[in-house]
Design a binder for this molecule. Structure first.
Ligand SMILES: NC(=O)c1ccc[n+]([C@@H]2O[C@H](COP(=O)([O-])OP(=O)(O)OC[C@H]3O[C@@H](n4cnc5c(N)ncnc54)[C@H](OP(=O)(O)O)[C@@H]3O)[C@@H](O)[C@H]2O)c1
Length: 267
């Protein structure tokens, strides 16, 4: 089937995207920083599927990361057919609570490295077409979130980038998709924060990382542009996209303030 490169594939959503691709017979290159987690992910994929797996430890914050990845693919003659950018950074701390370097890292990982990987791997993808690019965005792309300013801005940027790229690459037979999940409890902190911020609706909206990975790959291979796993997440995304931007931002600002108040005022 060819090779799929998953940046941010050692755990969480990226890992389950890797599983869904491995299930369909793709060989997998996983990229992330932590070498032990990469090795564990490789073992897990090889135990479950009869495919080849390569791992590369590198830090997407760094300028040289993308050329390291391209050189690795060229040295090993990996015929990359699918590029998935799942690495991303978010969380409770954002603009006005993170130092500049932390904010810069969020911009680098969430959008700059997606842009650089797409550009640098374009010749390989074109050679191996039909090919696919899957960028992992978020529902946060659909409205400005005061308090998560840079996260929502980078995810909106990634969504717009993916949209325009889709038109530019269509004639090269490269399909571009953007996965925009709602809450996915890949770690306890995400569950806690979601429930504090959105209450029961956040819990109801959540989808397991396994399901997200499977839906993402299924819809990417069908050539869908925006992929939103889960019925409730799709409905809320639709509302966010049709509401006036200022109105949506005001609602999200109020719900964020309410959540902070609850955190500061234990019952
Ligand atoms: N979880 C959610 O609720 C949710 C909702 C919507 C969208 N998303 C988006 O989905 C994506 C994955 O989220 P997740 O919850 O699955 O995250 P996760 O469990 O923390 O996994 C993130 C992956 O990216 C890698 N990574 C992070 N920083 C990196 C860096 N500087 N260089 C190279 N690799 C890096 C991590 O490995 P290392 O740490 O070893 O580098 C890991 O493989 C993100 O883009 C996130 O914004 C998540």
């Amino acid at each position: 089937m060819g090779w799929a490169l998953i940046a941010g594939g050692s755990k969480g959503i990226g890992y389950y995207i890797a599983e869904a691709l491995a299930k369909r017979g793709y060989d997998i290159l996983l990229v992330a920083r932590n070498p032990e987690e990469l090795s564990a992910a490789k073992t897990s994929l090889q135990d479950k599927f009869r495919i080849q797996v390569e791992i590369l430890s590198c830090n997407l914050y760094q300028d040289e990361a993308v050329s390291e990845i391209v050189n690795f693919c060229n040295d090993k003659a990996l015929e990359i057919k699918i590029l998935c950018h799942a690495a991303g950074l978010g969380g409770a701390r954002d603009f006005l609570s993170l130092p500049l370097e932390g904010l810069r890292n969020m911009v680098r990982v969430n959008i700059e490295s997606a842009m650089a990987l797409s550009l640098s791997l374009l010749p390989t993808l074109e050679k191996n077409a039909p090919a696919y690019i899957l960028n992992v965005g978020s529902m946060a792309a659909f409205a400005p979130i005061p308090g998560k300013n840079i996260y929502s801005a980078t995810k909106a940027g990634l969504l717009f980038f993916s949209y325009s790229l889709r038109y530019q690459l269509a004639e090269k037979n490269i399909s571009v998709s953007c996965l925009c999940p709602g809450p996915v409890f890949t770690k306890p902190a995400i569950k806690d924060e979601t429930i504090k911020q959105m209450g029961w609706i956040g819990n109801k909206m959540s989808v397991t990382p396994q399901t997200v990975g499977e839906i993402a790959v299924r819809d990417m291979l069908k050539g869908k542009m925006i992929i939103i796993p889960g019925k409730l997440a799709s409905m809320i995304s639709f509302l966010l996209r049709i509401l006036p931007t200022g109105f949506a931002a005001r609602i999200l600002f109020k719900s964020g303030k309410q959540a902070k108040h609850e955190i500061l005022t234990p019952a």
